[in-house]
Design a protein around this ligand. Structure first.
Ligand code: GSH
Length: 242
């Protein structure tokens, strides 16, 4: 039995849902509400996910966290539709993309999302409740960053820095995809899945510097193929994006 604790609009949850859709697996969902109070910061959930973030996967009573780790786990346990390259070199390339998806893409998108989606003004959450939530994050670094953003916000300079890191990453993607159809070689893989939700977020946030496909045509071509896959619609559920 697979149970996913997730939110429809969460990029990390989308990674896992796309993977589940690609593999045609049945799963049960537990939506973590995030209005004034965030369910992911309640003690029962922090017992499951000590970072207090979504998603968390439960498989036959065992708990897994970290979306990119969950992707690899699902591919280990349900290998019938393989989503990792068989060739060790391509598999290593895939892992490097998973790393970049987490430490370049997710990290910098988080910066760019603050003023657009997450701040108390953008999300419509009462200021006191927003700060109360920020103070509840169980991990020191994450908590301090949220509290700092509450008091200082995210500046234009920090946004420009994050966007430049993402532009560089998109250039790397374009160079890779000029040589092979998918990020880790000839087959669609977890590498492609790990980055998919963020490209949609760039488009939704009208980050034109990142999604002008005349500048990066190979990424544009890849994106057309990604969005044509049934798993895109099924996993992203953009109609439930909040
Ligand atoms: N490295 C983690 C990152 C998880 C993460 O940052 N999740 C976001 C949503 S995409 C989250 O739950 N943020 C805290 C919140 O929404 O309260 C993973 O890949 O699972």
């Amino acid at each position: 039995m697979l149970k996913l604790y997730h939110r429809w609009g969460s990029t990390c949850s989308k990674r896992v849902r796309i993977c589940l859709a690609e593999k045609g697996l049945e799963w049960e969902g537990r939506i973590m509400t995030a209005v004034e109070e965030r369910e992911n910061l309640e003690p029962w959930y922090i017992d499951l996910n000590p970072n207090g973030v979504v998603p968390t996967l439960e498989h036959d009573g065992r708990i897994l966290i970290e979306s990119c780790v969950i992707l690899e786990y699902l591919d280990d346990v349900f290998p019938e539709v393989p989503l990792r390259p068989a060739d060790p070199y391509d598999r290593a390339a895939m892992r490097i993309w998973l790393d970049k998806a987490e430490f370049v893409v997710h990290k910098n998108v988080n910066v760019l999302s603050h003023n657009r989606r997450h701040s108390s003004t953008a999300s419509g959450v009462d200021k006191d409740a927003w700060l109360r939530n920020a103070e509840k994050y169980p991990k020191f670094e994450y908590r301090q960053e949220r509290i700092r953003r509450f008091h200082e916000g995210v500046s234009a300079e920090q946004e420009n820095f994050a966007e430049a890191c993402l532009a560089e990453l998109m250039d790397e993607m374009d160079a890779t995809l000029s040589k092979s159809p998918w990020l880790a070689g000839d087959e669609y893989s977890l590498a492609d899945i790990s980055i998919t939700p963020y490209i949609q977020r760039f488009e939704a946030n009208e980050l034109t510097r990142l999604v002008d496909w005349t500048v990066r045509p190979a990424v544009g071509e890849w994106w057309r193929r990604i969005t044509a896959r049934p798993s895109y619609e099924e996993g992203m559920r953009l109609d439930l994006a909040k």
